[in-house]
Design a binder for this molecule. Structure first.
Ligand code: B12
Ligand code: SF4
Ligand code: SF4
Length: 233
């Protein structure tokens, strides 16, 4: 089995054209429930693959334009699977996906890999990318014997943010310190004010965050994610 620097270097190269990137590595230890591989044995490590800002959007959008069905009902999931399954085959790992049941704990893995914590919106905030990042898949490895560097320590951005504009920007108060009111949010998005507001400009609470604004998704990408949030699962 190759060492992590070798695998991560090959992964970066394999992902470069897609605009996706490696988002950290976690070795499973006694505290984690490691996902099983095809033969039923547990994985020993996972490498997260994700989106930072708008890097993947032009590649995904160009792919979508070539699809007769526009990419189907979940085009981003389909595209991610094509890209990540290809990379998994090349690297010799198994792939798993955040939207496939049973849900794997992508956020818990990301917290461990990069030392991230949840924002009041529920999504994890990154010290550099703010709220403008997500996960498109992960590669599971049977053997990973080499050291994995501990995440660099930083102050959680929300602990430094005194005004917390995300908590006061939602027109229907769906972002509360106690959690995200997804029903209230979706009702608003379905109505005329939501259609003219959040559905076009993106979530006002997310947009209000002052961290990582240079990574904010481009308008078309924002609208795409709002469409996905509007629909009940
Ligand atoms: C179901 C789901 C939803 C549902 C319900 C979300 C909810 N708040 O309950 C709906 C459809 C509403 C939704 C909406 C969105 N989601 Co969502 N969602 C998921 C999904 C598929 C499963 C979540 C889950 O149940 N995980 C299962 C448990 C076992 O995993 P977990 O890692 O342990 O997750 C838990 C912990 O993080 C825990 N937790 C919270 N705080 C803390 C603190 C500590 C210390 C610990 C230990 C744990 C913990 O809460 C999580 C469970 O909800 C995940 C993908 C995934 N596989 O995780 C995406 C995911 C969480 N969603 C994501 C996003 C981006 C969104 C949206 C912004 C998307 C959009 N279209 O705009 C919205 C807004 C969400 C919001 N404001 O909270 C991203 C978050 C990325 C990030 N930066 O963190 C994820 C990871 C998907 C991805 N592809 O990256 N989502
Ligand atoms: S506005 Fe402040 S509290 Fe809200 S997510 Fe951004 S940094 Fe965190
Ligand atoms: S999308 Fe709009 S209604 Fe939903 S949480 Fe964000 S600001 Fe509130």
């Amino acid at each position: 089995m190759s060492g992590p620097s070798d695998v991560l270097g090959r992964l970066d190269a394999a992902l470069a054209a897609s605009g996706l990137s490696c988002r950290g590595v976690v070795r499973f230890d006694g505290h984690d429930r490691a996902p099983s591989l095809a033969d039923g044995r547990p994985a020993s490590a996972v490498v997260l693959i994700g989106v930072v800002g708008g890097a993947m959007w032009p590649v995904f959008d160009a792919w979508r334009a070539t699809q007769v069905d526009g990419g189907g009902s979940d085009p981003l999931d389909r595209w991610s699977k094509i890209v990540i399954d290809g990379v998994a085959k090349e690297i010799g790992a198994a792939a798993c996906y955040p939207s496939e049941a049973p849900y794997q704990p992508f956020q818990r893995w990301a917290m461990k890999a990069e030392g991230l914590k949840p924002s009041p919106l529920g999504i994890l905030i990154h010290p550099r990318f703010g709220l403008w990042h997500s996960y498109r898949g992960a590669l599971l490895f049977r053997d990973w014997d080499d050291e994995i560097a501990a995440p660099v320590a930083f102050t959680h951005p929300c602990d430094r943010c005194l005004e917390k504009p995300c908590l006061s920007s939602c027109p229907v108060d769906a972002i509360k310190p106690s959690g995200f009111d997804v029903v209230g949010c979706r009702q608003h998005l379905a109505g005329p004010v939501g259609q003219r507001g959040c559905m076009i400009s993106g979530c006002l609470a997310r947009n209000a965050c002052p961290v990582g604004t240079e990574y904010r998704y481009p308008p078309e990408q924002l609208r795409f994610h709002m469409q996905a949030l509007k629909l009940p699962p």
